[in-house]
Design a protein around this ligand. Structure first.
Ligand code: CMC
Length: 434
């Protein structure tokens, strides 16, 4: 903990009149936090916050979100500037080390990452063990966890150098593993990485090239891919990042921790939303069905939600969604796709939702997943790969948080408590008496 309290707040038990002073810790920007670490020792009570809507789980200097203003900063730099001027590997460096690299640092970093792009040849057996129709996210959960069985020389979490190599390996191998999952789905041969290419180019190459003919990388699509990676690189203490941190707090190895993050990302409320958005747009089909979808999204008795809308933190337009929408236009125009019916449906849905009292009042805006599926589909990715691409990019953030947590001197195993509402102690009843 690097922060010192600036003031206190008083908590009073109205029944007994007892009161306790709780320290308040200031952040650089954003809301202050009430330090409740001694609350149980002092009061014998826990806080209750399922879903962690009011709980700061850690101290972090990586990413800042102002949900009211729609601001996202990585190490202080606005996401719009990073998406416009930087590239994914530079952003990954920034997340990891806290500063933009100088030329030498950037070259060394790129060299370290590209050196590790290949995966152990025996990992191919893992892929072959999956059914052909396996969801690529299911494959990713398995193969990323399996890396811990192959790279024993980078699983000692107390060795700073091993930790660094684990980060290089994870960032470097994710595109290779993701492209292999894609190729397995297609029934095409795996393509080895090509280290002369940039990170995004290499990924597109591994996904799209076949041995039968040369593959020419489209620089506009490669730049769009890189931007999509930047937009997904990190997002503070979301469900998957918190999962990585929780897994890591027990001392688990880096590959196991990132595999845990992937499982958490898969859900449709989180990274799985990009797949769900496209399914929803396809189901809507034509613009005249939009009012019915809006009606269902607003209906309390219907579990349906407008996918790609709403966010726990953003109560304003998600800044990533803005960049994603622009990228969507660039990609569709490059591919000569005019009047894409899915894009038209999405834009009309957005227009109607943003005027609707329900969405306005609840501050539900399009999030990063709303437009990403349309771009990825136009680029030739099947829906099942969308969340895999999210996981690939988010690995940069996950490993940065993993390192940050392990460097925290007073880090503890994550162990929430509960409000117990089950039976009180009672005697065992033998089966003949039940
Ligand atoms: N459609 C319709 N109603 C919604 C939606 C939506 N997409 N999102 C929230 N609401 C309503 C919700 O029913 C609730 O209403 P009420 O107060 O009357 O009960 C209110 O808005 C607040 O919602 P909440 O579920 O309490 O908010 P949350 O912070 O727990 O959930 C969310 C955030 C992202 C899970 C949710 O907005 C959602 O399910 N969105 C659709 C899935 C999605 O697009 N997820 C991607 C998130 S961005 C990428 C990422 O983080 O991975």
């Amino acid at each position: 903990m690097t922060v010192t309290p600036t003031r206190t707040v008083t908590l009073t038990d109205d029944a007994t009149g007892k009161s306790w002073k709780l320290p308040v810790l200031p952040g650089t920007v954003g809301p202050d936090v009430i330090d409740v670490r001694k609350l149980y020792t002092d009061t014998g009570m826990f806080t209750y916050d399922p879903g962690y809507t009011s709980t700061g789980s850690c101290e972090s200097a990586i990413t800042y979100i102002d949900g009211e203003q729609g601001i996202l900063l990585h190490r202080g730099y606005p996401i719009e500037q990073l998406a416009d001027k930087s590239n994914f590997l530079e952003v990954a460096y920034l997340l990891q080390y806290g500063e933009l690299p100088n030329e030498k640092e950037r070259d060394d970093w790129v060299k370290h990452i590209t050196y590790h792009t290949m995966v152990h040849e025996q990992l191919i057996s893992f892929y072959n063990g999956f059914r052909r129709d396996a969801h690529p996210m299911a494959i990713m959960c398995g193969v990323v966890g399996a890396l811990s069985a192959f790279y024993h020389d980078s699983i000692d979490i107390h060795d700073e150098r091993q930790r660094e190599i684990a980060c290089h390996r994870l960032i470097a191998k994710m595109p290779t593993l993701a492209a292999m999952a894609f190729k397995y789905d297609r029934g095409q041969p795996f393509v080895y990485p090509q280290n002369s290419l940039s990170y995004a180019e290499n990924f597109l190459y591994m996904c799209n090239s076949v041995p039968a003919e040369p593959y020419k990388i489209n620089p506009i699509l490669a730049r769009a891919m890189d931007k999509i990676f930047i937009l997904h690189a990190d997002h503070e203490q979301n469900a998957s990042t918190s999962t990585v941190r929780l897994a890591s707090s027990s001392g688990a190895n880096p590959f196991a921790c990132i595999a845990a993050g992937i499982t958490s990302l898969w859900g449709p409320a989180h990274g799985g939303a990009n797949e769900a958005v496209l399914k929803m747009l396809m189901e809507i089909g034509t613009k005249d069905k939009i009012p019915e979808i809006i009606r269902r999204a607003k209906d309390k008795n219907d579990t349906f939600r407008l996918m790609g809308f709403g966010h726990r933190v953003y109560k304003n337009y998600d800044p990533r969604a803005k960049v994603m929408r622009e990228t969507c236009y660039e990609v569709l125009s490059e591919l000569g796709i005019k009047n894409d019916p899915l894009l038209e449906t999405a834009m009309e849905l957005e227009r109607i939702a943003l005027q609707d009292e329900y969405f306005v009042q609840k501050k539900l805006y399009p999030n990063v997943d709303f437009y990403s599926g349309i771009i990825l589909r136009a680029m030739g990715f099947p829906m099942s790969m969308f969340t895999v691409l999210f996981a690939l990019a988010r690995t940069a953030g996950w490993v940065a948080h993993w390192q940050e947590q392990l460097r925290e001197p007073d880090s503890k195993i994550g162990r929430p408590r509960q409000l117990y509402t089950g039976a009180a102690a009672r005697d065992y009843v033998s089966i003949e008496k039940r």
